[in-house]
Design a protein around this ligand. Structure first.
Ligand code: 16G
Length: 251
């Protein structure tokens, strides 16, 4: 192979490796840590040689995706996105993040089919013997952990619960179960040690705890979700209007 062709081939290889590594970072593969894994693990993951990996890393450092701290290793540059979230629109996490230019992703913490707890049955309006899907996920925006969502939904709305990927709302909509109305309440909470670790913040950090019940057009309930949003990443914003004036009752 001529020298020019060899150089072009190696450039293609490390650009492709850099692209894959960036996609993995955005998809949340290394969400729980800021330190990039060691060379050996990365070579295995990307199926490239050390030389290609080092060049890919150099490229991502030049692009500001990674940074090097002398003596400490290579780190992922992860500015926590700060998001203004309207409080009165029924949107999905994926949609919210897309609108703000972030790539939404999810990491399953638990996914399975269960009988509902009495609280879940009550919230969903299902009988104690109707099976429900339980879906607990860490939600990420361009690789940065933003929220933990614990969802239950009637299994009949998502019978292929074990194979769907990506947006829960998109999956429901594609199966004819589009959520069209929701009820939501929010309060302050502090994160448990385990949830704080998943979100990459100190134990006991504040969170916005949100409960959402969403309904289908026929009035039946399609999800009951409890979410813990990082308090340092979210501002919930709502529009205020004057209450309609009270009318005097006619005699
Ligand atoms: C939002 C909802 C959550 C819903 C999820 C679906 C809040 C507080 N919660 O995060 O109830 O299950 O979106 O997102 O807004 P997905 O379609 O991206 O999976």
């Amino acid at each position: 192979m001529s020298l020019a062709r060899q150089t072009a081939r190696s450039a293609r290889l490390y650009h492709a490796a850099a692209k894959t590594l960036r996609r993995e970072i955005d998809g949340g593969r290394f969400a729980e840590t800021q330190v990039l894994p060691g060379e050996r693990a990365l070579c295995q993951l990307l199926k490239v040689s050390r030389t290609t990996l080092r060049r890919a890393i150099a490229l991502l450092i030049a692009e500001g995706v990674l940074f090097h701290r002398h003596g400490a290793g290579t780190f992922i540059h992860r500015a926590t996105p700060r998001v203004d979230q309207p409080f009165s629109r029924l949107t999905s996490f994926t949609e919210d993040m897309r609108l703000r230019g972030f790539a939404a992703s999810a990491r399953d913490l638990e996914r399975g089919v269960f009988l509902p707890t009495p609280e879940e049955a009550m919230m969903l309006g299902v009988g104690p013997n109707e099976r429900v899907l339980r879906l607990n996920r860490l939600r990420l925006a361009s690789g940065a952990p933003m929220a933990i969502e614990r969802t239950v939904a009637p299994l009949r709305c998502l019978p292929d619960w074990d194979t769907f990927d990506g947006s829960f709302y998109d999956a429901l909509t594609a199966r004819g179960f589009k959520p069209v109305r929701g009820l939501q309440r929010l309060r302050a909470a502090s994160l448990s040690d385990a949830d704080a670790a998943l979100l990459g913040v100190a134990a006991g950090s504040p969170a916005l705890y949100i409960q959402r019940i969403a309904y289908l057009a026929d009035g039946s309930c399609v999800e009951y979700t409890r979410s813990w949003y990082r308090a340092d990443a979210y501002d919930f914003v709502s529009e205020l209007t004057l209450a309609p004036p009270h009318r005097k009752a006619r005699r």
